[in-house]
Design a protein around this ligand. Structure first.
Ligand SMILES: [Zn+2]
Length: 135
């Protein structure tokens, strides 16, 4: 797995220390991207401070909303170079392994902000992600 910035690489280490199911989700994305595209996954965003989230909303011209990225519950990956079929396979593989519960999904292609990306998220710690353990 590659990281867009050194900060993201440090955040990945911190996430591992924090524990939680997002570590397993990110590892699954990494494996799925490599399997489907033959290339390494590139993480483009993980933790955001509250101020960074406010600034991002302003940049996008959106009303302010809280993001899972502010709570160590989200990670983004570069997806612009994937074919629609590859994106479909990668998203399907991740969501085949993990269920968010309710009307949300763990992985989806997002067209938010600057470029299309794969967004992954997990619910708050008080709620369990269902680990499907494969199909
Ligand atoms: Zn995201």
């Amino acid at each position: 797995m590659k990281f867009k910035t050194e900060r993201l690489q440090r955040e990945w280490v911190e996430l591992a220390d924090r524990g939680g199911i997002l570590v397993a989700v990110v590892a699954t994305v990494d494996a799925a991207v490599h399997l489907v595209t033959g290339a390494e996954a590139v993480m483009t965003d993980m933790f955001r401070t509250e101020q960074e989230q406010i600034d991002l909303c302003e940049e996008m011209g959106l009303p302010h909303y809280r993001s899972v990225h502010e709570f160590w519950r989200g990670a983004d990956f570069r997806s612009v170079h994937w074919t629609p079929e590859q994106a479909h396979d990668i998203v399907g593989t991740v969501n085949g392994q993990f269920a968010y519960g309710g009307r949300f999904v763990v992985a989806k292609i997002h067209q938010k902000g600057t470029a299309q990306h794969l967004h992954c998220q997990v619910p708050p710690a008080s709620r369990a992600v269902i680990w499907r353990g494969g199909k």
